[in-house]
Design a protein around this ligand. Structure first.
Ligand SMILES: *Cc1c(COP(=O)(O)O)cnc(C)c1O
Length: 225
């Protein structure tokens, strides 16, 4: 290590300060909000720089990429927490269960079946979030709004306390606020404590709307190529 603060460490400090400011502006405690550092497409060296700066919670979109980067890092940092935040194919369920501490993108009955079977085989039970496609975008993963209540109830019955919350990715270029408030109301209705919402462009808005996890990539690691 040298004396120069890495840009990643400086960016992390800045994002943490912005989270704290957004929390207090909303009358919330900064400790209520967990920063998930999204390291997709970035090399392990970038994750290492964040780890050296004290960051422990990371998000990856693709199972394959997570499998290439994270097992070695986890061996060095046993308290690292890996979240999978990308749309998940059922044929990747077993690898996902093996790798992740949290799967944020449970969004359909067939995936619930695949994850349940994988958890049985792997004897490993990552926490689960249900992703809602709040903007009804056909290319995006997530359960439609009008099916969310029934799916949440079914997953609750099946997974119990392993189901911890809800996640959404609002449409690009739209005001995210109505999406965030809808998700917050849905979580409240179901007594779910975790709300994963907000990215580099809108995490302060998400915190104002009740986010407990914010998923931030670009503001920490820089633009993706
Ligand atoms: C890439 C990604 C993020 C982070 O996005 P940034 O704009 O780089 O902060 C958050 N959530 C999901 C689901 C993503 O795919």
């Amino acid at each position: 290590m040298n004396d120069t603060v890495s840009p990643i460490a400086a960016n992390l400090a800045q994002v943490q300060a912005r989270i704290a400011a957004a929390a207090s502006a909303a009358g919330r405690a900064p400790e209520e909000i967990t920063l998930v550092a999204v390291s997709k497409t970035k090399p392990a060296a970038a994750v290492r720089a964040a780890l050296a700066a004290g960051q422990r919670v990371f998000g990856e979109n693709r199972v394959q990429e997570a499998a290439e980067k994270f097992p070695a890092l986890r061996a060095e940092y046993p308290d690292l927490r890996l979240h999978l935040i990308g749309g998940l194919q059922t044929n990747k369920a077993r690898d996902a269960v093996r790798l992740a501490d949290v799967i944020e993108t449970l969004d359909r009955p067939r995936l619930a079946d695949a994850l349940a079977a994988a958890m049985e085989k792997e004897a490993r039970r990552p926490d689960l979030l249900i992703e809602v496609n709040t903007g009804a975008e056909p290319q995006k993963s997530g359960i439609p709004r009008d099916q969310a209540d029934a799916f949440i109830d079914a997953c609750r019955a099946r997974f119990g306390a392993q189901l911890v919350g809800l996640m959404c990715v609002p449409p690009v270029g739209e005001d995210p606020r109505p999406h965030f408030t809808w998700l917050a109301a849905c979580a409240r209705r179901h007594g779910l404590g975790v709300l994963s919402m907000g990215m580099s462009a809108d995490f302060e808005v998400a915190i104002a709307c009740g986010a407990t996890w914010v998923r931030v990539g670009t503001a920490i690691f820089g633009a993706r190529g």
